[in-house]
Design a protein around this ligand. Sequence first.
Ligand code: NAI
Length: 462
Amino acid sequence: MSSYDVIIIGSGPGGYVCAIRCAQLGLKTAVVEGRDTLGGTCLNVGCIPSKALLHASHMLHEAEHNFGAMGLKGKAPSVDWKQMLSYKTETIGQNTKGIEFLFKKNKVDWLKGWGSIPEAGKVKVGDETHQAKHIIIASGSEVSTLPGVEIDEKTVVSSTGALELSKVPNKIVVIGAGVIGLELGSVYKRLGAEVKVIEFLDAITPGMDAEIAKTFQRTLKKQGLEFQLGAAVQSVDTKGGKAKVTYKLRKDDSEHVEDADIVLVATGRSPFTDGLGLDALGVETSERGQIKTDGHYATSVKGIYAIGDCIDGPMLAHKAEDEGMAIAEILAGQKGHVNYGVIPGVIYTHPEVANVGATEEQLKEAGTAYNVGKFSFMGNGRAKANFAGDGFVKILADKTTDRILGAHIIGPMAGDLIHEICVAMEFGAAAEDLARTCHAHPTYSEAVREAALACGDGPIHS
Ligand code: NAI
């Protein structure tokens, strides 16, 4: 039996970042992971592989649509799907091995196998029981199932199966117009599939600033994605490798059927805590299965903590990472802290969509008076040169104090651009602070500055 200061269950972005920080702060640390590779859902079957396919398919799109206009002549490349999948697998391997290297460098032990907690202070992995002063659950999430829909990962797939299809399908029906559905739907649309997205609500990407969501849907439609909003999927039947998706329109209860070669179920994720033994331990969970924690990530059982997708809050890798660092610092006697008001969200379609802080709808509901500063990428020289003029930056600032309350971007590199606004918000900046900061020309970032200017006396280039 080995003895540790901290044992973390799960090596996803929450768990592995937490482990490295614990080790850096002098705590003897081990991570339990049952997969063959480190990195959890994000690195193995989520964020990283999907980004590889998004990148490859975007390159194809550029070759098909924009190369000619730039004077790059010749036939657009054809898709070698096998090679694209091995590029994706190679990318995963580089990342997961990177974490193995970081564990060795920081002297973090990898306890291989699936862990359970027989009692506080003990973690069982296989036949061995290890001791730990502190146990951190970072066990992540799994695909939520839908009544009447059985995922077989062949014809009816989750995001995991969608990253491993045997070929590019002719037609794919995506259930759920959230982040996963739209990212992977975009991939297959660009690779030549017909893509139809069926969404329960009357708008895509619930929770997103409504103006951005509308523009986003229009942009995706222009790219050829089809949408059926306000429709509840009832069932999916498969026969001979094909599927029939039955859905009901919410407005009139009428029933419709859509044929598909592949059905992607992207209707959300739920906390994954199977096999940990939480009930026997008395660790409290919510109705949605989330582990209940206090402001310092402590569960209802002393010495057991939880972070990431298995607790409350947005299911985002970077939120889990920040919580991992915060709990490591707390356990090392420091003051770990996460500012939940400044957690960016990014959708890696093309154009990208990014947001931080409040939406207009939230500000209206709270009765907060605000200014809106908007700037279109059509007025940005760099974007024009790069065929990336679609989209805009929108900054919401307090009407009285000019403090930035939220920002929403649809456009090129939105996922990177959002971060200067995150830093500004973290420092409690006013829109004027951003507007008075010199931005290099020609960059996409100038659009952020122009939007900040638009909160005050007005932008220059519109
Ligand atoms: P999601 O919660 O983003 O979207 C699910 C969508 O499915 C919602 O719009 C919902 O209204 C719809 N829906 C639910 N039941 C339905 C039904 N019966 N018929 C039709 N539509 C239905 O969930 P998603 O896309 O599966 O993602 C899961 C989690 O993973 C999210 O928390 C997301 O933030 C995270 N994620 C984040 C990524 C990123 O940051 N780029 C990438 C991938 C996932």
